[in-house]
Design a binder for this molecule. Structure first.
Ligand SMILES: NC(=O)C1=CN([C@@H]2O[C@H](COP(=O)(O)OP(=O)(O)OC[C@H]3O[C@@H](n4cnc5c(N)ncnc54)[C@H](OP(=O)(O)O)[C@@H]3O)[C@@H](O)[C@H]2O)C=CC1
Ligand SMILES: O=CC(=O)O
Length: 324
């Protein structure tokens, strides 16, 4: 008998074909108030779950007594209660690396947009405000040859460093809990304390996972340490930043600008103070959002799921306990 699998996110047909070869599939393009009650009923019989963003915690797992594998279609897995999954013998997987280049492209785009005020000036043109030759009021700041500080120099951080170093001649600083000699060599990146990184960088890019340690990693104190000319970029998760402190820093010109892909609440509420600030570039969590990359992520997630359901150790297994 084929294992029962629920996919709760829209994926390409080829991914569904692959899954159907190996599993009995229930497919939701998305979960909403209408579909959720049926989804929960089906969870009672499911062996596998694949999608992204759903909070997989004790309460949900209580409804899923037969679950064997939870396959996230994302690299971040802060939506998963990993200790609870491990305690129940359920494997969890994610999709690292396939998205590094795409997310790094997005981050470079946001950096450039914030520094050169591209989204703000796009509105200026479309609103009919371009009436004469531009002057200092429309000037931005350079990106090339500036100092970029990356907090969370992992797969994505390194792809950002690669673009910044080779493409823009930037000087790279980074901070992690552990040093990465490989990136020091490849991108002449210098490891430093977080405070030094904040003080020295023209661009501060946050790329850590969301963990108990990184909640509000950047707050009032950290914004005060940054240069007044600094541009802050968040590509990690909204909760790694104290958003009130960010709004305060932007309004009071403690920093020059910010570029944001992630927010504490997503979708970000229409009346969020960040949305009324000209010096904040705000995009809707589009880091990995290209056809090619989302397809690659979904395919990898399907492979992880199938492998786990066969009783193998999936390539991107997250629970350390299972690999022992
Ligand atoms: N905006 C978007 O669309 C996307 C956002 N993301 C986010 O980016 C995150 C990173 O992804 P990825 O690069 O693949 O992950 P990696 O695990 O490859 O890299 C994360 C890096 O963060 C460092 N890190 C972890 N904890 C801390 C800490 N407390 N202080 C400083 N550094 C820390 C790690 O180094 P060390 O262990 O040495 O500390 C590691 O090098 C994801 O978890 C997700 O939240 C990912 C994809 C798309
Ligand atoms: O935010 C996206 C992810 O892959 O994590």
């Amino acid at each position: 008998m084929k294992p029962k699998v629920i996919v709760y996110k829209k994926v390409d047909l080829s991914v569904l074909h692959l899954l159907r070869e190996h599993c009995e599939l229930t497919y939701y393009e998305k979960l909403d108030a209408e579909t959720y009650p049926t989804f929960v009923k089906q969870l009672h019989h499911a062996h596998g779950l694949m999608g992204s963003g759903l909070k997989v915690d004790k309460a949900l797992l209580e409804q899923a007594p037969h679950l064997k594998v939870v396959s996230n279609i994302s690299v971040g897995y802060d939506n998963l209660d990993l200790p609870e999954l491990s305690a129940r013998g359920i494997m969890a997987t994610n999709t690292p690396n396939v998205l590094n280049d795409t997310v790094a492209d997005t981050i470079m785009g946001i950096m450039l947009a914030a520094a050169r005020r591209i989204t703000e000036l796009d509105r200026y043109v479309k609103d009919g405000k371009w009436k004469s030759q531009i002057g200092e009021k429309e000037f931005g700041v350079d990106v090339h040859h500036k100092t970029l500080g990356i907090i969370g120099m992992g797969g994505i951080g390194a792809s950002i460093a690669q673009r910044a170093y080779f493409g823009f001649g930037m000087n790279i600083l980074y901070h992690n809990r552990s040093r990465k000699p490989e990136y020091e060599q490849k991108y002449s990146a210098r490891y430093c304390s977080m405070d030094e990184l904040l003080q020295q960088s023209d661009f501060v890019c946050l790329m850590t996972p969301l963990t108990p340690e990184t909640v509000k990693l950047i707050g009032e104190r950290e914004f005060k340490l940054m240069k007044k000319s600094a541009i802050f970029i968040n590509g990690s998760r909204g909760a790694t930043v104290d958003e009130d402190a960010l709004v305060h820093a932007l309004k009071n010109k403690e920093i020059l600008a910010a570029g944001l892909d992630v927010y504490l609440q997503e979708p970000v509420p229409e009346d969020h103070p960040l949305l009324s600030l000209e010096n904040a570039v705000t995009v809707p969590h589009i880091g990995s959002a290209t056809y090619e990359t989302r397809m690659g992520m979904a395919m990898l997630a399907a492979e992880n799921l199938i492998s786990g359901l066969r009783g193998e150790l999936p390539p991107n297994l997250l629970n350390k306990e299972f690999s022992k």
